[in-house]
Design a binder for this molecule. Structure first.
Ligand code: MTE
Ligand code: MO
Length: 419
């Protein structure tokens, strides 16, 4: 891999002249003869709807295309399926609640909060059962974390396949959670010294269960009841879900109803037949919990082509790591021959998405766009070939390789692979 270079001389010149002399971006509209400025549209001449019209707000009618989408051929039934976050339409680092991708194995459980119970049993001094009211009387914490399904990018292992970052990378969301530290609840029950593992169980019809080592359970896990300030959505596990920061999404049990303490892992379905990585040798790697550093350019991308022609162009994307923060993201416009450092903007939080930008002057020629994340442990996101060398081609899960987008002279963007 080549070293990241500082911005080129021409880019520096563009930035200086942009600030000192001419406007950064040439204005396209002119006041004279433009009905959008000389005219009087209905919203200017007539009062709009009152404060009683939208008791729970929804986006503008012109934003109807910004929705979760699914890939029809991917799964047989919508109750055991996945839809994808429209990453190409979003900015900043927070995923709006209504756009968080959904993955459930037996549909959305509609849990009555009055009948909600959380039980702690197994290797504890006293078995406990909490109501939702009980949970609300413990001290709370707020944290922003990404949740990424281990299958994110799973369709791309053997070659470029899905045309859009919504589909190649959209099994992720980044939300501020409010909840109680799991360690606090476990201490209430009194963890026996023989307890080394925790089983988290969901209340939905899938009977979702995962084994979590005690060190993680006592470290930063949360029992969460709020997302981005409001109650969890039913899709995300209302009224309570487990938050397992930095670890694969499957472990973040929704509609959480039971925590059992034991002395060994349970080896249930979701940690044996699923979410394990079949290596070239035929051996399956189990328990790949931490999500390695990854990034993707969200615009330009296949669903967000360049429509304005050559000239000033904003490139933006997301980067994240299950092991810490993202101090650095590199981008290349020429398929990896030259790398420049992107600008990270907004909060840099551990195990949270980071937003990066790279502003450049497009000369109208074809581009091969890539981004490469570095995390706070020093780990660098691998190319697809580098990852395949280690993992072979049988894998589905844990694909954190570098994504390539091809931009044509017309600004049309496609998912491609280069080696
Ligand atoms: N109870 C329960 N929890 C669950 C699941 C489920 O089907 N049932 N799906 C898991 C999987 S595979 C993932 S990737 C995440 C998805 O979380 P989300 O729907 O909030 O995106 O929830 C996990 N927790
Ligand atoms: Mo998942």
């Amino acid at each position: 891999m080549s070293e990241a270079k500082e911005p080129s001389a021409s880019r520096r010149a563009f930035l200086t002249t942009g600030v000192a002399a001419a406007a950064l971006v040439p204005a396209t509209a002119r006041a004279k003869d433009d009905p959008a400025i000389t005219g009087l549209p209905s919203w200017t001449t007539t009062p709009g709807e009152g404060v009683d019209a939208r008791p729970y707000g929804t986006p503008s009618q012109y934003e109807k295309h910004v929705v979760r989408r699914n890939v029809e051929w991917l799964t047989a039934s919508p109750v055991s399926s996945v839809n994808f976050t429209p990453l190409h339409e979003l900015d900043g680092i927070i995923t709006p609640n209504g756009l968080c991708f959904e993955r459930h194995h037996a549909g959305i459980a509609e849990v009555d909060p009055g009948q909600y119970r959380l039980m702690i049993n197994g290797l504890v001094d006293s078995q406990l059962v909490f109501t939702l009211e009980d949970l609300l009387r413990f001290p709370r914490q707020n944290h922003v974390y990404f949740l990424e399904c281990a299958a994110n990018g799973g369709m791309e292992w053997r070659g470029a396949q899905l045309n859009g970052c919504q589909f190649t990378h959209g099994m992720i969301h980044n939300v501020m959670y409010t909840g109680v530290k799991l360690s606090l609840l476990l201490k209430e029950a009194g963890v026996k010294t023989s307890a080394k593992w925790l089983l988290a169980e969901g209340a939905d019809a899938s009977g979702m269960t995962r084994s979590i080592p005690m060190e993680k359970a006592l470290d930063d896990c949360l029992v969460a009841f709020k997302m981005n300030g409001e109650a969890l959505r039913p899709e995300q596990g209302y009224p309570v879900r487990l938050v397992v920061p930095g670890w694969e999404g499957n472990m973040w049990v929704k509609w959480l109803r039971r925590l059992e303490l034991g002395d060994k892992p349970w080896h249930h379905r979701e940690e044996t037949s699923k979410y394990t990585d079949l290596l070239e040798s035929g051996v399956a790697r189990r328990f790949t919990w931490e999500m390695d550093a990854k990034s993707v350019i969200t615009s330009p991308s296949p669903q967000a082509p360049i429509k304005h022609g050559s000239g000033p162009t904003v490139l933006t994307g997301l980067a994240w790591s299950g092991r810490g923060t993202i101090p650095r993201v590199d981008v290349t416009l020429d398929g990896g021959k030259n790398w420049v450092r992107a600008r990270i903007d907004g909060p840099s939080l551990s195990k949270s998405m980071h937003r990066f930008y790279y502003e450049f002057k497009w000369n109208g020629e074809p581009l091969l766009l890539q981004s490469r994340a570095h995390d706070s442990t020093g780990y660098v996101q691998p190319t697809k070939d580098e990852l395949r060398e280690v993992r072979g081609k049988n894998s589905i899960y844990h694909n954190n390789s570098i994504q390539t987008w091809h931009v044509s002279e017309k600004g049309v963007v496609e998912n491609v692979e280069i080696s």
